[in-house]
Design a protein around this ligand. Structure first.
Ligand code: GCU
Length: 358
């Protein structure tokens, strides 16, 4: 979906909402409509989980609250949706942790490449409120807070023509990254040329050859069609970047206590359903990409990638020393859950201390 279309749609939609708000006060007093936007398709685990939330709210608060879920960037790109959530034009949206660092520097920590030693370490860290709490609340002044996290797997490079076996293969290649300074710096360290853009623009950019590749989890190959044009997917496993469900702060603060409690149960349900669906969806995506899209999966030695990226840990911590205790707490989980289930990363983990500065 083009950005031009998105922008006009948002303005038209906001105009309609405002007019409806002014003209339809009596109805609005009875039932509060909760609008949630995200950028994935209706088959994606995020949409399935938000639909479960919609049902949960209906079951417990019917007549008082109605949840409407808008998929596929219908309400704009993630950055647009975060801004709409800040002002309260919409109530919730799902944003990648990557773009949230432009709203609060504290989010940089989860964007660090090779931060987590394994998927288990990643999940335990994200489930630990002592770690995530200060980060999730760091945008309160900006008008929103994070209410739960969602699994978005592991990010890997994929390209149109050239398999990425080592960082030097990225030299001279234009690789789409998310709009985050940490990601741009990561690409610089790896030797590629970072091309930041919104998720909805990536397919066209790949198809028209404006970029040579991108980086994402396996779902991007199938659900977003990137595997129709990119035939090489390299498991360098550079990042595990969570998606974050954020909500308008005023809305949540002004809710009666008993409603707040039900919403909180609903957020926990979103997390649970999304993670269960994620495991199935990512496995199906791998199968489909290999069989139907003829994507070749490559398992490079991760060590050169890790070595190139690790200086970024020091740089981020020097720039934001307040993150040091959080970083140290993450290392404890890395020690407790050192090995990855993924065979591709095991060899690298054995010899290089991923997730910690050597
Ligand atoms: C993943 C992630 C999205 C994000 C996208 C991207 O799909 O789940 O939240 O927008 O990557 O690369 O932009």
């Amino acid at each position: 979906m083009s950005r031009g279309f998105n922008k006009s749609f948002i303005w038209l939609w906001l105009f309609t909402v405002l007019c409806g708000g002014l003209g339809g006060c009596s109805r609005a007093q009875e039932t509060r409509i909760i609008r949630i936007g995200h950028n994935q398709s209706v088959n994606h685990p995020i949409h399935i989980a938000l639909t479960a939330f919609q049902d949960y709210i209906h079951e417990h608060l019917a007549g008082r609250y109605v949840v409407q879920v808008y998929p596929s960037e219908l309400l704009g790109s993630q950055t647009d949706m975060v801004q709409l959530t800040q002002t309260g034009a919409i109530d919730f949206c799902v944003a990648s942790n990557a773009i949230l660092e432009t709203f609060s520097k504290d989010y940089e920590i989860f964007n660090l490449p090779y931060l987590f030693a394994s998927q288990d370490a990643y999940h335990h860290v994200m489930d630990d409120r002592d770690i995530t709490g200060p980060i999730f609340d760091s945008t309160e002044k900006a008008g929103f807070t994070a209410v739960t996290w969602l699994d978005a797997g592991t990010r890997n490079f994929y390209t149109l023509n050239t398999p990425i076996q080592q960082p030097s293969d990225l030299k001279g290649m234009k690789i789409r990254v998310q709009q985050s300074p940490t990601n741009i710096e990561m690409m610089r360290l790896l030797g590629g040329s970072a091309t930041p853009m919104g998720f909805g623009d990536v397919y066209t950019a790949l198809q028209s050859g404006i970029i040579d590749g991108a980086e994402n989890n396996e779902m991007a190959l199938t659900d977003n069609g990137h595997g129709d044009v990119c035939k090489f997917y390299s498991y360098d496993m550079h990042q595990m970047i969570p998606d974050i469900l954020i909500g308008n702060r005023a809305l949540m603060e002004d809710m009666p206590k008993e409603v707040q409690k039900i919403f909180e149960e609903g957020f926990a349900l979103v997390n649970q359903v999304e993670r269960e669906e994620w495991v199935k969806a990512v496995e199906q995506a791998k199968q489909r990409a290999g069989k139907e899209q003829q994507v070749q999966f490559i398992y490079p030695d991760q060590r050169p990638f890790v070595e190139a990226c690790l200086p970024l840990h020091d740089r981020v911590l020097e720039g934001n020393p307040g993150l040091q205790p959080i970083y140290d707490a993450i290392q404890k989980y890395n020690e407790a859950y050192p090995s990855s289930e993924n065979a591709a990363s095991k060899s690298a983990l054995a010899e290089t201390k991923i997730g910690g500065r050597p």
